[in-house]
Design a protein around this ligand. Structure first.
Ligand SMILES: Nc1nc2c(ncn2[C@@H]2O[C@H](COP(=O)(O)OP(=O)(O)OP(=O)(O)O)[C@@H](O)[C@H]2O)c(=O)[nH]1
Ligand SMILES: [Mg+2]
Length: 223
């Protein structure tokens, strides 16, 4: 019975995600869903990314948290239009569902955006289950979380299109085994692109920016 209920929720979500996907495709906007555990550095990476790729790439951001507008305030400094979703108002969901993204997208002039980034709620489990109609997904894993997380939380890594290994500036102070982490990621998702970087120092940022801007350019030329 519980399984039936869960299936129904996901089926309803998939229908909304399909509607979002059609809408985003019609507007020609590329949608990236960024996910991670709390505090892996999603907002920091986005702050640094937006500064580098705007205004050449016209960006908007939807950011989800249970409470606070902290991340929206940080990201709005880039000049990009930002909408904050707080799920506390409707039960404190630990993920962003497709119908919530559909409503948040109403605040944007989608036709005049090249890239809409969704910073999902910090959680390595639930967000992976909810299609939001995105074009691509990126998971951020920070080196302070331990190299075994891709093996312990395989769904997230299986369902993403790229992975960022963040906070590499901290490696000298940790026992984090980078080769093992990459091995665990490729065990659950062979060939997934992995970007080792420090959002703080910006070391290693370029390959990540190249990947992202290539995705956006391919989406544009496919129109
Ligand atoms: N040393 C170091 N700290 C970082 C790096 N990236 C982020 N941080 C720090 O990690 C903490 C969390 O960063 P956020 O960018 O807020 O992380 P987040 O994933 O957006 O967090 P939530 O939205 O709450 O899930 C902050 O104190 C950042 O300054 C990094 O590359 N190196
Ligand atoms: Mg954040």
């Amino acid at each position: 019975m519980e399984v039936d209920v869960a299936r129904k929720i996901l089926d309803t979500n998939d229908a909304h995600a399909g509607q979002n996907r059609e809408r985003f495709a019609a507007a020609g906007v590329f949608v990236l869903n960024m996910m991670s555990s709390p505090g892996s550095g999603k907002t920091t990476l986005l702050e640094k990314t937006l500064v580098r790729i705007m205004p050449k790439i016209r960006c908007g951001v939807i950011v989800g948290d249970i409470c606070t507008t902290n991340d929206a305030d940080r990201l709005a400094r880039s000049g990009a239009p930002v909408t904050q979703i707080n799920t506390d108002a409707f039960g404190g969901d630990c993920h962003l569902a497709a119908h919530v993204i559909g409503k948040a997208a109403d605040a944007f002039d989608l036709e005049n955006l090249d890239l809409l980034i969704v910073e999902n709620i910090g959680n390595l489990v639930c967000p992976a289950e909810f299609d939001i109609g995105e074009n691509a997904r990126t998971v951020v894993l920070s080196v302070t979380e331990g190299e075994d997380k891709p093996a312990k939380y395989p769904h997230m890594f299986r369902k993403c299109d790229s992975a960022v290994l963040n906070k590499t500036d901290l490696l000298p102070y940790l026992d984090f085994d980078m080769a093992a982490a990459e091995g665990f990621i490729h065990q659950v998702h062979p060939d997934m692109p992995i970007f080792q970087l420090s959002a703080k120092t910006e070391e290693g940022l370029s390959p990540w920016l190249n990947w992202l801007t290539t995705q956006v350019a391919e989406n544009r030329s496919a129109r």
